[in-house]
Design a protein. Structure first.
Ligand code: GDP
Length: 193
């Protein structure tokens, strides 16, 4: 089991003037609602700081955390909850794209997906934004416990092939805390460097 990190909630923010002062290198986590973003953050940090299954869409702000006094981590609001509500979708897009554009200390973004889902328009849009803003990024295929080992490996391999060698693809179970540690080196050492 992974050792718990020291994690402190700093603040929520929507617009750049409210972001914490950019003292430290920063990583961000984003994903479709219900993909297991909160579960992943909790498994990764060994804490219970991210709320699991809060009402979808309830947390619509960027949430800034301090990890080990060394880096900042941003929990971005999930997407996909507001299909059909154009204003909410547009406000989510504006918040995320502004953040990607303005946050110079942002070192990399982790995209959390449910391993059983297909790559969708939203993931494609995020991919375009990451590339446009020249951000490093990686994919976490979560809920790997829902698939057989061979199906899991196949899914991981095919997405890895699709995205190419510069975008690491991890298969994890946040629930069983499996595979989570694999992302540690990338997020805590390589990206913040
Ligand atoms: P979020 O909306 O992306 O933050 O997702 P949550 O972390 O709230 O998780 C959504 C649901 O998926 C909850 O019922 C979790 O218990 C469940 N879940 C999260 N991670 C896993 C996992 O690795 N395996 C399984 N089987 N369920 C998971």
């Amino acid at each position: 089991m992974m050792r718990a990190m020291k994690i402190l909630f700093m603040k929520s923010a929507k617009v750049p003037k409210d972001y914490p002062f950019p003292y430290k290198p920063e990583i961000a986590v984003v994903g479709r609602s219900n993909a297991g973003k909160s579960s992943f953050i909790n498994a990764f940090t060994g804490s219970k700081i991210a709320k699991v299954s809060a009402t979808p869409g309830k947390t619509r702000l960027l949430q800034f955390f301090d990890l080990n006094d060394k880096i900042y981590m941003v929990d971005m609001p999930g997407y996909g909850f507001a299909k059909g509500n154009r204003d909410e979708v547009e406000s989510w897009k504006l918040m995320i794209e502004t953040y990607l554009e303005e946050r110079e200390t942002l070192k990399g973004v982790l995209l959390i997906m449910d391993i059983r889902r297909e790559w969708s328009d939203e993931e494609e849009m995020l991919k375009q934004w990451f590339e446009h803003h020249d951000k490093k990024w990686a994919v976490v295929l979560n809920k790997a416990d829902k698939l057989s080992r061979s199906a899991m490996l196949q899914k991981q391999k095919s997405l890895q092939k699709e995205l190419g060698p510069n975008v690491p693809v991890f298969a994890v179970s946040s629930m069983k805390k499996q595979g989570v540690e694999e992302a540690k080196n990338l997020l805590l050492i390589e990206w913040p460097r």
